[in-house]
Design a protein around this ligand. Structure first.
Ligand code: MN
Length: 263
């Protein structure tokens, strides 16, 4: 956990997302952070950047525009937003936590590696600020009703209050997924397996040339204790993720390997 803020000021939260600054999920997360006692600072992309992963823009300049009080919009990726916020825009008012989302759709299993929402939390963690990514499970063609946001918002407040009352291990972030509607409880989970293996659609464009579209269909392997099964059962899923992606078992096997030298 970062040093507790002095009591003279409220805790500050940097809020970003990958759905763009106009997303209703961002507005819901802002309201939840305020309800949990945070002063909010929004630095978000100017348009949808879903599935942009942990991309950092390095080969063109970035523009930042003021979009209101404690509110900025960036013509870059979710990671750009968090990086610029923590390293430049909010240098004088460093946030105590980074909150990302609420993503319009789940980030379950291997979605984590594609997700711009989760990348915001990775970037915050890399830069030393405890970070949480929030996503809401619903089908794209079936957006949540107004009441669903209120129920999710209330659950977000509880997760934030729990997170701030407990030590947050260094280099760990939380990937939090909410079921649509009223959750039946909360589960600590591990990543399930989600592959987008059979979702390519090939068609012919109006000029007679083939085009390809990677669709949203996925193959899930849920399994006991996974984020996928928790959300399917109506629970809030909290998966702690670590920045160190080393496979230590494989490292030990590689280190102890007999046979011809690799190098
Ligand atoms: Mn998104």
């Amino acid at each position: 956990m970062s040093a507790p803020p002095d009591s003279a000021r409220p805790r500050r939260a940097l809020i970003s997302n990958d759905d763009g600054i106009h997303s209703p999920g961002l507005a819901a997360l802002e309201r939840a952070a305020v309800a949990a006692g945070f002063e909010t600072y929004v630095v978000a992309p100017d348009r949808e950047q879903s599935a942009s992963s942990h991309a950092l823009t390095m080969h063109r300049p970035l523009r930042v525009a003021k979009a209101g009080e404690r509110r900025w919009v960036v013509d870059g990726t979710p990671t750009d937003c968090v990086n610029l916020a923590l390293c430049s825009i909010l240098k004088e008012t460093p946030p105590d936590m980074v909150f990302s989302g609420i993503n319009l759709g789940p980030n379950l299993g291997d979605d984590v590696t594609y997700s711009g929402t989760v990348a915001c939390a990775f970037e915050g963690t890399l830069l030393g600020v405890p970070s949480i990514a929030f996503s809401l499970d619903f089908r794209r063609d079936d957006p949540p009703a107004e009441e669903a946001w209120a129920e999710t918002e209330a659950a977000v407040v509880k997760v934030i209050l729990f997170a701030t009352a407990n030590p947050f291990p260094r280099e760990t972030l939380w990937n939090v997924n909410f079921p649509s509607g009223q959750p039946v409880g909360v589960r600590a989970t591990r990543m399930g397996r989600r592959r987008y293996g059979e979702s390519v659609v090939e068609k012919i464009d109006p000029r007679g040339r083939p085009y390809f579209w990677i669709g949203g269909a996925h193959i899930d392997t849920a399994g006991d204790g996974t984020d996928l099964s928790a959300v399917a059962d109506g629970y809030v899923s909290i998966t702690p993720l670590h920045l160190d992606m080393t496979d230590y078992r494989a490292l030990a096997e590689l280190t102890g390997r007999k046979g011809p030298d690799l190098l």
